[in-house]
Design a binder for this molecule. Structure first.
Ligand code: HEC
Length: 133
């Protein structure tokens, strides 16, 4: 197990030589290579964003439409505030509650990772691709 981890870490490292890597940490819940390749969790967040059609109100590139720009929002919104807003919505202001949507609720961390990466400017394209395994 330990050996496998070292070997795969070495493989990943050698595959990434010359690439610009943003590695996940406490402040950055995503890993991004060259602005467009992301880890599996972040990729799942993008899929949920698409499936839930958040873009209908927040714009195809999160830039805002009838709902606010999430690029700007996530620069100030905490993770807790994000989770509360998605879960309960802000019904009187037009943001639906997603607590009955299992796909969204089960993947709320992934959704946050993807949107935070977009907001930080680390994910430079709306539709990312998966880092090669
Ligand atoms: C029917 C339109 C609509 C849909 C669909 C929608 N939103 Fe919203 N959302 C809004 C509106 C309008 C607001 C602003 C509420 C307010 O003024 O406080 C908002 C607010 C938010 C906020 C808080 C922004 C801030 O600055 O406080 C977040 C985060 C958010 N939405 C994420 C999402 C995500 C993720 C999805 C998809 C799962 C989604 N929204 C789907 C309309 C929508």
């Amino acid at each position: 197990m330990f050996r496998t981890t070292i070997i795969s870490a070495a493989l990943i490292t050698s595959a990434l030589v010359g690439a610009q890597v943003v590695q996940a940490d406490d402040a950055k819940p995503y890993t991004v290579v060259d602005g467009v390749k992301v880890d599996a969790k972040t990729m799942e967040g993008f899929r949920v964003w698409r499936e839930a059609n958040c873009a209908a109100c927040h714009g195809p590139n999160q830039e805002g439409l009838v709902g606010p720009s999430l690029i700007k929002s996530l620069q100030v919104l905490s993770k807790d505030e994000f989770v509360t807003t998605i879960t309960a919505g802000r019904l009187e202001r037009g943001m639906p509650a997603w607590n009955a949507n299992k796909r969204v609720m089960d993947n709320i961390d992934s959704l946050y990772a993807y949107l935070k990466g977009r907001s930080d400017g680390a994910i430079t394209r709306t539709k990312p691709e998966m880092i090669a395994q």
